[in-house]
Design a protein around this ligand. Structure first.
Ligand code: AMP
Ligand code: GLY
Length: 426
């Protein structure tokens, strides 16, 4: 199929968007690549414009002016605000669901009801809007228990509680002290599941889906899954998954999601991310994200052999059936380098050394950096995603850590055990 070249606009500014821009820039379908707001690193690949990405009208006006043929939405916030709906109503191709699909991420209560309605395996749960009711239920519930804020909370809305007191404290914080504002006024109380986690990301056009390789994020700040939760300290892919388990994931999770979307009239065109826990009873969904994972994307784009622009356009157009999403052989590992104080705070403006000495063996995706004269400076909590391919996980890991060892900034934090457990190194 020969498609005409198009201009593509990527919304977002982080490491995920840098990886998306890197992949799009390789597409023969690209006439010109734009990003908003983008970053200094992304500006090497795309023309960046300082638009407010939650402002649908400003984006639509930009698309008309620049004759954008496809918008790829990175983060969840614009999707939750209905930016994709606004663009679609003006006949602009968008990769990213409308507000109805994004609700699977921005309301955990809605996502849980969706799963219950459609027989998608997930932890047993109850939803509360009254603190007193939530407290009584928490007191009666077997420990450990999990308490979740309903709304978007940037990774701060989930409490795995070992004691009733912890749970009661979290109820008070969320529902009475409004620690997360509106996002925490409704809470979900659910059973605590056990097992390894698996990120299953797939392209979706409402009718068909195409899987990316299964990946695994490392959410805790420190080695051995210790320390506070973060946005993600590193990823590897593919996670070796037995064919029989993959089959269960397809039939019990993915196919039911697709049927559920159709039954509920949600024409989901974008990426859907199912965070699974592989429990002794089988795969269960912990959460949905309505967009690419960060840093999963940094490890998945280098592994994607097919053309991202072609796939994203096919999703936007409802024609995913006509394209494949092929993965390269081998594996990819991404190690996050975070600034001192992360995740509670981030130190900006620290000079980063050694980037120029990283050769072709690794890709460095910039999550939070900016240019200061000739130097790269830290400019956020997660600073860099140092990523490498290899013929297997062990080689990809060696390549990634070899590159990490060349890079330094004051107080740099990273985990030394990304993908280690997959290799039984720990
Ligand atoms: P979520 O944002 O819902 O994915 O939750 C963040 C993290 O909390 C997950 O990656 C899990 O490690 C943990 N978690 C969430 N729900 C549960 C559950 N029901 N049982 C055990 N751990 C959970
Ligand atoms: N890495 C987890 C997320 O993107 O939500």
């Amino acid at each position: 199929m020969t498609l005409p070249k198009i201009s593509v606009l990527i919304l977002g500014a982080g490491g995920r968007e840098h990886a998306l821009a890197w992949k799009c820039a390789q597409s023969p379908l690209i006439k010109k690549l734009f990003a908003a707001p983008g970053s200094d690193a992304i500006s090497a690949l795309a023309e960046c414009s300082p638009l407010d990405i939650d402002d649908g009208s400003a984006i639509a006006a930009f698309c008309a002016q620049k004759k954008i043929g496809l918008v790829i939405v990175g983060p969840e916030a614009p999707l939750a605000k209905g930016v994709a709906d606004g663009l679609r109503s003006k006949n602009i191709n968008v990769f990213g669901p409308g507000k109805d699909g994004a609700r699977l991420e921005f309301s955990k209560a809605y996502a849980k009801e969706f799963m219950k309605r459609h027989g998608i395996p997930t932890a047993r749960f109850e939803v509360f809007t009254e603190a007193q009711m939530a407290r009584s239920a928490a007191e009666a519930k077997r420990l450990p228990l999990v308490l979740k804020a309903d709304g978007l909370a940037a990774g701060k809305g989930v409490f795995v509680c070992k004691t009733t007191n912890e749970a009661l404290g979290a109820v008070t914080e969320l529902m009475e002290h409004d620690s997360l504002g509106e996002a925490g006024r409704t809470v979900i109380l659910e059973d605590c599941l056990t097992g390894p986690e698996l990120s299953v990301l797939f392209f979706c056009d409402g009718k068909d889906y195409r899987l990316l390789p299964a990946s695994r994020d490392h959410k805790r700040l420190k080695d051995n899954d210790e320390g506070p939760n973060t946005g993600g300290m590193g990823v590897f892919a593919p996670v070796p998954v037995e064919p029989a388990l993959m089959e269960r994931i397809k039939t019990e999770v993915l196919e039911r999601i697709m049927k559920g979307l159709a039954a509920d009239g949600i024409d989901y065109r974008g990426l859907l991310y199912a965070g699974l826990m592989l429990t002794p009873e089988g795969p269960k969904v912990l959460e949905f994200n309505c967009r690419f994972g960060d840093p999963e994307t940094q490890a998945l784009m280098p592994l994607l052999d097919s053309d991202l622009v072609e796939i994203a356009l096919a999703c936007a157009d409802g024609k995913l059936k006509t394209v494949e999403a092929k993965a390269k052989s081998g594996a990819c590992v991404c190690v996050t380098l975070a600034s001192p104080g992360y995740p509670a705070a981030s130190m900006k403006g620290l000079p980063i050394s050694g980037l120029e000495s990283v050769g072709k063996e690794a890709l460095v995706f910039h999550a939070g950096t900016k240019k200061g004269g000739k130097d790269w400076l830290t400019n956020g909590g997660r600073v860099l995603g140092v990523t490498a391919l290899g013929s297997d996980i062990a080689r990809a890991r060696d390549n990634a850590y070899a590159a990490v060892s060349k890079i330094a900034f004051e107080g740099m934090q990273y985990r030394s055990d990304i993908a280690a457990r997959a290799l039984a190194l720990k």
